[in-house]
Design a protein around this ligand. Structure first.
Ligand SMILES: [Mg+2]
Length: 219
């Protein structure tokens, strides 16, 4: 699906570059993830709407105040629109005073506009030259929220990209990937290596959870 270019006359999103090419950090992340502490999610949830920050704070004894949010297959199908139920959920979090920054490796597009409008511009979109999983991009997101990493969680579907936040000292909440309906088979085949890697590290994380008896909130 092709995306309409973003609207430049807003301070939430402006000029951006794509972060989808190969980088050194992307090549190294599979190695980093072999270390159990780099491959740990404090919570594993079926759907983003199941994630309630007040519950996580209570269950984990944390004081999360901010969320870095992945888009593709976390709150939207791959390269698709953010699902209306997720727009609502983001808006309700913002209403509770949670700070939200969207951080995607895909170039910013007007598909974020629904969330920005719904939250009166309170949701920001972070554009970085440091593609996920480079820890610097996540650190920048914390700076944007004016929160220390301990008060921020990264919410995403993929240890290979979003999991880089862990190395920036940010807790990771893993969402089950949203299914992309009617994806052309050619496109899907092209994504197959990425999908297989995501699957592998997801299973490895589950295995580490079991062996090391790690505390993981599951919904
Ligand atoms: Mg994703």
């Amino acid at each position: 699906m092709s995306m309409t270019p973003l609207t430049p006359n807003t301070d939430n999103i402006n000029q951006d570059i794509s972060r989808e090419g190969l980088t050194k950090e992307k090549l190294l992340q599979p190695l980093y993830l072999l270390k159990p502490s780099n491959n740990y999610a404090v919570a594993k949830v079926q759907k983003f709407v199941h994630m309630r920050i007040e519950d996580l704070n209570e269950l984990l004894g944390k004081e999360y105040e901010g969320i870095i949010l992945d888009v593709d297959e976390c709150v939207a199908p791959h390269h698709g629109e953010i699902l209306p139920e997720n727009v609502e959920h983001i808006a309700s979090m913002v209403q509770q005073g949670i700070r939200v920054v969207i951080f995607s490796n895909m170039k910013a597009s007007d598909r974020y506009q629904s969330v920005i409008d719904k939250t009166n511009g309170k949701v920001k979109v972070h554009m970085s030259k440091h593609a996920k999983p480079d820890s610097r991009g996540f650190t920048e997101c914390c700076e944007k929220m004016e929160l220390p990493p301990e008060k921020v969680m990264m919410v995403g579907d993929n240890f290979i990209t979003d999991g880089g936040a862990i190395r920036a000292g940010i807790d990771f909440v893993k969402v089950e990937p949203i299914k992309t309906e009617n994806e052309p088979i050619g496109k899907k085949l092209k994504r197959l290596p990425q999908l297989a890697t995501r699957w592998f590290y997801e299973k490895l994380s589950n295995l580490y959870d079991k062996i090391l008896k790690r505390k993981v909130i599951r919904t």
